[in-house]
Design a protein around this ligand. Structure first.
Ligand SMILES: Cc1cc2nc3c(=O)[nH]c(=O)nc-3n(C[C@H](O)[C@H](O)[C@H](O)COP(=O)(O)OP(=O)(O)OC[C@H]3O[C@@H](n4cnc5c(N)ncnc54)[C@H](O)[C@@H]3O)c2cc1C
Length: 389
């Protein structure tokens, strides 16, 4: 369906109706009410908050209830054209056109807000094709259907998203097994003491952990799944959810000859290697950083919008703590930069824990705040150095 306020033109074309695409458009409209904007998306074009996918079960929110505005509403609100359910299959950076499953469009400036795919590990067994991932609203709807009337869920991956789903599912009275190759949950984000505190609270809430091992095979046995782990443990479950991380969507950019590394490479004006093509959000890599979170998107959109209008603006990233949405023990983390020199100092407090990563001269370079200590978020964030000054 087209939700059209003006004809598609060679103005600004944005691919992707995720937070990145929509936030750029909101920022553009603050600066320019009339420039033609066309949003092209594989999805129906609705706006929803992706972070709610891993917390919506306990509050019994259906996929439809997570949609805050439909495509028509967004097109009206932001005075733009939406070409929805249109997959972009090619970009011609010389002719400045994109090919979609619903025809070609020319662009003056093009923004790639393509997001990231869940990584899928190759798994053995006759039920390997029953592995579920939840990375968009449609997948959430399928996930809700597959767990209906079921009791047991196995989750592969004890990272941020795996832990959030585990907490949400135990709150929804499911039995949850979490499997990870690492020796602990959230290993790369939190210091040991903080991880132990969070794991203990999640265990008390009912989560069963299987660390330092992986899944060898998944087989269907009647109504149940038999999950065989590399360490010999056998888990019987009803549904298998994989949450082992994300990889930026690069195929379109690569096929168009646009430079990529881990993400689509952009400079601090969010420009890719092709002229008039920009990238933002989970698909983009700025100065070597791929930060697949909401706050970096907000910052980047504020820099990208003026650049698209010809006002050269450089992206800066302040410190941007991330909330781990685990009600069993709410956690906020701002990990130190890769290679930062210093050590974690752990300070248990009543009902929580404060962990500070400090340099040898006492400068705060990162933190993890758990439970009652999360109240310190604003104060400590001010002390942190910016990620991109
Ligand atoms: C379960 C979960 C919980 C999260 N919780 C948090 C949190 O608490 N805090 C936080 O900061 N971050 C969180 N995140 C991360 C955050 O949600 C993402 O960083 C953000 O939503 C990414 O937005 P995006 O627009 O870059 O990508 P996406 O939302 O993935 O959007 C990409 C868009 O591009 C479209 N697209 C892709 N390829 C094509 C194509 N070829 N043709 C047409 N359209 C295309 C897609 O259909 C989609 O509309 C969470 C993520 C998940 C999955």
């Amino acid at each position: 369906m087209d939700h059209q306020n003006q004809p598609a033109s060679s103005g600004i074309v944005i691919i992707g109706s995720g937070l990145a695409g929509y936030t750029v458009i909101r920022e553009l409209r603050k600066l320019d009410k009339t420039i033609p904007i066309t949003l092209v998306t594989k999805e129906p074009g609705y706006f929803y908050s992706k972070p709610m996918l891993s917390t919506a079960l306990a509050s019994n929110k259906s996929a439809e209830q997570l949609v805050s505005t439909n495509a028509e509403g967004m097109a009206t609100q932001l005075e733009m054209t939406i070409l929805s359910e249109a997959a972009v299959t090619a970009i011609d950076t010389v002719a400045q056109t994109i090919t979609t499953s619903r025809g070609s469009i020319s662009y003056g400036k093009l923004v790639l807000g393509l997001g990231a795919d869940q990584i899928r590990l190759p798994l053995q067994g006759n039920a390997a094709n029953e592995v579920i991932t939840v990375n968009d609203l449609e997948e959430y709807a399928q996930f809700r259907k597959s767990i209906e009337g079921k009791k047991r869920i196995a989750i592969l991956g004890a990272g941020l998203i795996g832990c959030e789903f585990a907490n949400d599912l135990v709150l929804g009275s499911y039995e949850v097994d979490v499997i990870d190759l690492a020796p602990q949950a959230l290993g790369r984000l939190l210091p040991e003491a903080a991880v132990q505190a969070l794991q203990t609270k999640l265990s008390e809430a009912g989560v069963r952990w299987h660390f330092t091992t992986t899944v060898q095979s998944i087989d269907r046995n009647g109504d149940a799944l038999t999950i065989t782990l590399a360490n010999g443990t056998i888990i019987t479950s009803d549904v298998f959810l994989s949450a082992v991380g994300l990889k930026p969507r690069l195929d379109l950019a690569k096929a168009a000859g646009i430079a990529t590394a881990t993400g689509i490479t952009v400079n601090r004006q969010l420009e890719t290697s092709a002229s008039n093509v920009y990238a933002i959000g989970d698909c983009a890599e700025v100065d070597g950083l791929v930060l697949p979170y909401v706050m970096p998107i907000m910052q980047a959109a504020r820099a990208l919008a003026p650049n698209l209008l010809g006002q050269v603006t450089t992206l800066t990233y302040p410190a941007m703590p991330v909330m781990v949405k685990t009600p069993a023990l709410p956690t906020i983390v701002s990990p130190p930069a890769k290679g930062a020199l210093g050590e974690w100092k752990i300070n248990p407090i009543e009902g929580g824990l404060e962990a500070r990563f400090e340099s040898s001269d006492g400068k705060l370079l990162g933190f993890a705040l758990l439970g009652a200590a999360t109240a310190q978020r604003a104060v400590l964030t001010k002390e942190l150095p910016p990620i991109l000054p």
